[in-house]
Design a protein around this ligand. Structure first.
Ligand SMILES: C[S@@+](CC[C@H](N)C(=O)[O-])C[C@H]1O[C@@H](n2cnc3c(N)ncnc32)[C@H](O)[C@@H]1O
Length: 313
């Protein structure tokens, strides 16, 4: 386990390098010492299934529709999950071309080697003939990322900015993001929401999963998921004000206001309450920074949320 302040220091130093060298070196570090040493696609596939279920919970039918994902990251597992469940076309965009073919290939191999686990994860949502095609593709084709995209009806656009999408107005049925919005500054989020209203069809839906937790707590189990709420903006900026760990620290209530101010109405709002944070806050064991003191404990203890919204007509 790496102490979070040491991790922050390493990220800060790497972020000082010129962009191309910095990204390459950061990836190398993640691949050799960090979370990318051995990639397991299960968690992200489960994330895609969660968003698919959110669409259904909102009363919409996701089958045979056009999806957009904001913030692809390293591996296109959300788009793959949408395709495996019946999506027709999945466009996935990222501001940075972080996607790695070698990791995607490893994910595919994991799926092929662990078919029972994958079938169990998807349950009756899976299109088994598509899974068969994927397994066949893996064993009979020399892997190329473009051939993989073709098979799975995925269009990857990067660099592409969610504030200015190269997409036609009203072209998207389901607009999605997974663990992305917590990394984007509030002013940029406003622009992203405005642009999202342009590309969504009149009867389309937005589905998001937002992780409100202090991401340093994912690796360093000595701190809580709300550890970062004790710092002023200036203090926090010194730890995480770099391109690898930026977190806006917006809480659930801030996001609900953002949806409303963007002219979107909520259809489903599934906040996840973190019991450890609740105990910590009730026992007043975390000295909160001024900006969080006015918020209720019930809000501060929410560590993530699944949110579905639609454009107000
Ligand atoms: C933490 S990663 C999440 C990646 C992926 N969804 C996952 O869960 O593995 C956030 C991603 O959002 C992307 N991103 C940030 N701002 C963006 C923007 N304005 N437009 C498109 N992508 C953006 C980043 O480049 C990064 O790849």
């Amino acid at each position: 386990m790496i102490h979070w302040k040491l991790k922050a220091m390493i990220q800060n130093v790497i972020s000082l390098l010129p962009a191309t060298a910095s990204n390459a070196f950061y990836f190398w570090m993640q691949r050799h010492f960090g979370g990318l040493r051995k990639i397991n696609p299960a968690a992200r596939l489960v994330g895609g299934i969660g968003l698919w279920k959110l669409i259904k919970q909102s009363g919409y039918d996701p089958k045979g529709k056009v999806f957009l994902e904001i913030g692809t990251g390293r591996v296109p597992m959300l788009p793959l999950a949408f395709w495996l469940m019946g999506g027709t076309k999945i466009i996935t965009v990222d501001l940075h071309p972080y996607l790695k073919a070698e990791l995607t290939k490893d994910c595919l191999q994991y799926i092929v080697d662990n078919t029972d686990e994958i079938l169990n994860i998807f349950g009756d949502l899976i299109d088994e003939s598509r899974l068969d095609d994927l397994i066949h593709f893996n064993s009979n084709t020399d892997f190329s990322i473009n051939a993989f995209f073709d098979l799975c009806c995925i269009e990857y656009l990067a660099p592409a900015d969610a504030t200015k999408l190269p997409l036609a107005a009203k072209s998207i049925d389901f607009y999605s993001s997974y663990n992305v919005f917590e990394h984007i500054p509030p002013t940029v989020l406003q622009q992203i929401f405005t642009e999202s209203n342009r590309v969504i069809k009149d009867d389309g839906l937005f589905v998001h999963r937002i992780d409100y937790s202090d991401h340093f707590a994912h690796d360093d189990k000595s701190i809580s998921a709300i550890n970062f709420l004790q710092y002023t903006d200036a203090e926090w900026g010194k730890y995480a004000g770099n391109s690898y760990m930026y977190m806006n620290r917006m809480r659930h209530d801030d996001f609900l206001k953002l949806f409303q101010s963007a002219g979107q109405s909520l259809l489903v709002e599934n906040p996840v309450l973190n019991q450890d944070c609740l105990t910590l806050l009730n026992n007043q064991r975390l000295p909160l920074d001024m900006q969080f003191k006015e918020k209720s404990i019930a809000v501060l203890a929410i560590s993530g949320a699944w949110i579905a919204s639609k454009k107000c007509s």
